[in-house]
Ligand binder design. Structure first.
Ligand SMILES: Cc1cc2nc3c(=O)[nH]c(=O)nc-3n(C[C@H](O)[C@H](O)[C@H](O)COP(=O)(O)O)c2cc1C
Length: 433
């Protein structure tokens, strides 16, 4: 039994769009994708498995980075369609009671007041189970949908995010916690002396405030963040309650990444235990280890036979058109991006074919639920914490059940993950251990 269990969260890759279609276990995924029921089913299954939270990924543009055309993206339903995660989030919260629900909202697309108001509303409606996946966007195409020619420069986006974050927090706290008095005898619903303007006048944003609603159950939402570049990591260490990472390079790189985030959090005067670093992975499970390995081999063969499907993501995140790239030509040192810098840094020196062969995230786990649980235990003991972010880019109900009803109970039997939630609020559960 470990001193501290670890956390599990889910990354809803591809956002509120087509999750799986045209494959053996897709079901009606190609036509029913706009029905929120799949997400409600997933949230309920993960709550049964005692996951801390589920992220709804997002971006708001139709990509054309690969082949300079929408064609491949629309044809394969890759990264498009995507609908608004903040409309889906309250439904998932309504049909669950404990799991945290984390929509993705971008600081370069929202105005701070609008975002603070939306998140405050969601936290009230979910009774304290709302998080915010803080992103800065990564494509000029998104910026062009919001009236600009280009996305702001990479590090500048994080400077803006720092200021956006401070303003949003001021708005969330513009009503003191006891501003609502509900005194029927004096006819006083609220005490106006406890409601304050924020009068924020920053480099990028201005806002008078106050927010036009009282503090929500958590006050501030749970902050989730994924920046992996040096500047991204600083932003995360300053603000995030949970950092999600796809860092590659094995257990050593994971240990180093977590140590960096924790040390930087401490520099900001924070308790490093208040920042839970979760590593992305997509375990491949079978009844037996042999079956799981055979499944992984089939997945690899599929990826090699359909390289375009993997390259679509690589292109849209880096802005590099891999339709014009030789699959066996290594990505040179000179490659740069204003998009996902950590991803490109990890791709340099490798060929697209090598990248495609690799599984999702930081580490591969392949085996029966019991084998994978044992491997996860070993990795977490070495890394020191704090858990895993499960993701799958071809997501169907069968996979969700393999994780929720196969892997999660195997982890619980070993005392590695929680068997119940200790609190009603998302942040309290996340910081429980
Ligand atoms: C696990 C994970 C999930 C992410 N989810 C989103 C998302 O939903 N929307 C988005 O625009 N960016 C998303 N990103 C991108 C990050 O927010 C960030 O822009 C990216 O990691 C590049 O940051 P960097 O340049 O600091 O490395 C995600 C990244 C990772 C690793």
């Amino acid at each position: 039994m470990p001193a501290r269990p670890f956390h599990l969260a889910w990354f809803g890759a591809g956002g509120f769009g087509v999750k799986s279609w045209g494959r053996t276990w897709s079901g009606r995924g190609g036509s029913d994708w706009a029905d929120p029921q799949l997400w409600i089913d997933i949230a309920q299954a993960l709550e049964r498995a005692r996951f801390d939270y589920i992220i709804i990924e997002d971006s708001s543009y139709v990509p054309d980075a690969y082949g300079s055309s929408f064609e491949a993206y629309v044809r394969s339903a890759t990264a498009t369609p995507k609908m608004d995660p903040s409309v889906l989030a309250p439904l998932m919260a309504h049909f669950t009671t404990r799991i945290g629900v984390v929509p993705t909202l971008s600081v370069t697309e929202y105005q701070p007041y609008m975002l603070a108001r939306k998140i405050n509303t969601l936290d009230h409606m979910s009774r304290g189970r709302t998080g915010w996946n803080i992103v800065t966007s990564s494509s000029h195409r998104a910026a062009q949908n919001y009236g600009r020619d280009e996305l702001f420069e990479h590090d500048l986006r994080y400077d803006m995010a720092d200021e956006f974050f401070d303003l949003a927090c001021a708005l969330w706290e513009s009503w003191e916690p006891d501003a609502v008095v509900l005194d029927e005898e004096t006819g006083t619903w609220g005490d106006h002396t406890k409601v304050h303007t924020v009068d924020f006048d920053g480099k990028f944003f201005r806002c008078r405030g106050p927010l036009n609603a009282p503090q929500s159950p958590q006050g501030r939402p749970v902050f989730v963040q994924a920046g992996g570049s040096p500047r991204g990591k600083r932003f995360a260490a300053r603000s995030a309650n949970s950092v999600i990472s796809g860092v590659e390079g094995g257990v050593g790189a994971m240990t180093q990444f977590r140590a960096d985030v924790r040390a930087t959090a401490q520099e900001f005067g924070r308790d490093p235990d208040d920042v839970k670093v979760l590593f992305m992975t997509s375990p491949v499970l079978g009844e037996t280890d042999e079956e799981a390995h055979a499944k992984r081999e089939r997945q690899q063969r599929f990826a090699e036979a359909h390289p375009e499907l993997g390259l679509l993501h690589l292109s849209r995140h880096s802005g590099i058109d891999f339709a014009r790239w030789d699959l066996d030509e290594p990505i040179p040192e000179t490659a740069t991006t204003n998009g996902h810098q950590q991803m490109l840094a990890q791709a340099i020196g490798r060929t697209p074919r090598e990248i495609l062969r690799k599984g999702t995230g930081s580490l591969e786990f392949v085996g029966s639920p019991d084998t994978v649980a044992a491997q996860m235990d070993e990795v977490m003991q070495e890394v020191g914490g704090d858990g895993f972010l499960i993701a799958n880019f071809d997501l169907n109900r069968r996979y969700v059940s393999e994780i929720a009803d196969g892997l999660a109970p195997a982890l619980q039997r070993r005392g590695l993950t929680r068997t119940d939630y200790g609190s009603a609020h998302f942040r309290d559960n996340l910081l429980e251990f």
